[in-house]
Design a protein around this ligand. Sequence first.
Ligand code: ATR
Length: 270
Amino acid sequence: MKLYGVLGDPVSHSLSPAMHNAAFAALGIDCEYHAFRVSPENLRDAIYGACALSFGGLNLTIPLKEKALDIVTPADLARQIGAVNTVDFKNGIAGYNTDGIGARMALSRKGIDINGKKVLILGAGGAARAIAFQLAKDGASVTIVNRTIGRAEALAKDVSKVGRVQASSFDDPVTIIRDSDILINSTSVGMSPDVSETIVTSDMMHSNLTVFDIVYNPQNTRLLQEAKKAGAETIDGVMMLVYQGAEAFKIWTGIMPPVDVMEKAVRKRL
Ligand code: ATR
């Protein structure tokens, strides 16, 4: 039996154990996944300890993702993003970032090939960073807007090393959104308890738009409600959570897990 885990602080509300254990059970693999509360000061010991105990792999969450870069051997993309959310022990201690791939896979499931698409990203924090790097690398043309414009500009400068990207002000949202195929909210706006908040409303959207919200609590955010009103396609934050987990599962086991089983396990607990 192999053990897997998510390290973070706080971590008790993580949905990852339910999601991965459901996948292990569905595949009949004798493995268990647990949540471990670990402070940044103890991260090195925790990762090396898990390696010594022959863990199958780890996920990392707040506030450990950035700190892990100095502890593991990061893959190129994780190094560029500046954060690690997945650790694998097959070949030394390797670090990956599957957040951006999670976003791309959630879009592919809707039949969207990101190559050549115009993507508007709201936000410039850790989540926005992972998504912007991945989608730009995969051939999207990315525009980043953020409340603090300096952060959007700094992110665009970094991402420009791998693909097409610009930072923009949001003074004329209708024009920017009209020119976009995909809008991704990677801010925390709309998250419980502030469920009535949204940066974009239906009057700014169009029916050819795909609106993707990384917020999963609530699942049907105000932004997604507005998108539906405008006749736009929607993708919720559960899909991002599930696919970043599925990609981690694939790195550890070499097997693409049953995504529908993982999705059901997460939705049941929300
Ligand atoms: P994460 O790592 O989860 O992305 P973060 O680094 O704290 O978290 O980033 C949060 C993002 O949400 C930022 O882009 C933040 O904008 P600022 O850079 O201006 O702080 C954005 N955000 C949070 N609350 C917001 C609000 N009320 N309105 C607009 N943007 C908001």
